[in-house]
Design a protein around this ligand. Structure first.
Ligand code: SF4
Ligand code: SF4
Length: 243
């Protein structure tokens, strides 16, 4: 076992592999919530390493044309065929380093649900990223980062390594309602995130799912929307206008 696990060394490995954001969360204040969702074995992991890879603006900026099957196919391939596998590869490399240091690491896949109905994974990547100081949960229910807005995907490595942790990032949505107003089916209520309220208070997921499902008539069967990702002023390129 090495003397310690250096947060800086792990961040360097992650960034060399393609990560844009890196942080460490203290999960202990949220332990009940985390275990209720993912199971009691998560008690063995008091910390979470959160790693983000930014989406390409050239692809996100096509989303106002999400009725075009080519746009949808390109976006889906970018997220699920390129960025998520990259995140899983980075998570594996970081987890391997933690293990080599003598600690336990459990990489949670970037996109693998344990509860299909509610679209939940072992742990919320958004929660880990928020507690790791990387972003806040916006009125869109997306994780919004100061650097890239919601144009980013995350993966999480759970660990018992004694890494220095960040503090939760506070909400910076302010008076903005861009995602609320752009949603074609008015799926967002406009309420800010409140951990004491259920997600349904802010997001009518069934309206979003129905809208996307109705577009699944393309030859390839894919469908998407993503206007809430595209329109957030955090991460939107200066001068970019709706097309
Ligand atoms: S993906 Fe589209 S339909 Fe779904 S919540 Fe976002 S803007 Fe609304
Ligand atoms: S579009 Fe505005 S309200 Fe919606 S998440 Fe982004 S900053 Fe928050």
């Amino acid at each position: 076992m090495k003397d310690n696990t250096s947060r800086e060394r792990l961040e360097k490995i992650a960034r060399e592999e393609g990560a844009d954001l890196f942080g460490v969360a203290d999960l202990t204040p949220a332990q009940d919530f985390v275990c209720n969702q993912g199971g009691d074995f998560l008690k063995d992991f008091p910390r979470a390493i959160s790693i983000g890879v930014r989406l390409l603006d050239g692809i996100v900026d096509l989303l106002p044309r999400h009725n075009d099957p080519y746009v949808v196919r390109t976006y889906q391939f970018h997220v699920y065929g390129v960025v998520n596998p990259l995140l899983d590869r980075i998570a594996f490399k970081v987890a391997k380093e933690v293990q080599d240091d003598g600690y336990t690491a459990f990489p949670v896949p970037a996109s693998q649900g344990i509860n299909k109905k509610e679209n939940l994974g072992v742990i919320s990547h958004k929660l880990a990223a928020n507690l790791a100081s990387l972003g806040w949960i916006g009125k869109s229910c997306l994780l919004v980062t100061p650097e890239y807005g919601p144009r980013i995907r995350f993966v999480t490595v759970l660990t018992d390594a004694p890494l220095e942790t960040g503090a939760p990032l506070s909400n910076r949505c302010g008076d903005c309602r861009a995602c609320v107003d752009v949603c074609p089916v008015k799926a967002f209520t406009g309420l800010p995130f409140n951990s004491d309220e259920p997600r349904e208070a802010r997001f009518k997921a069934e309206l979003c799912a129905k809208y996307i499902h109705e577009r699944a008539g393309f030859p390839s069967g894919e469908s998407s929307c993503g206007l809430c990702v595209y329109t957030c002023p955090h991460g939107k390129r200066r001068g970019e206008s709706d097309r």
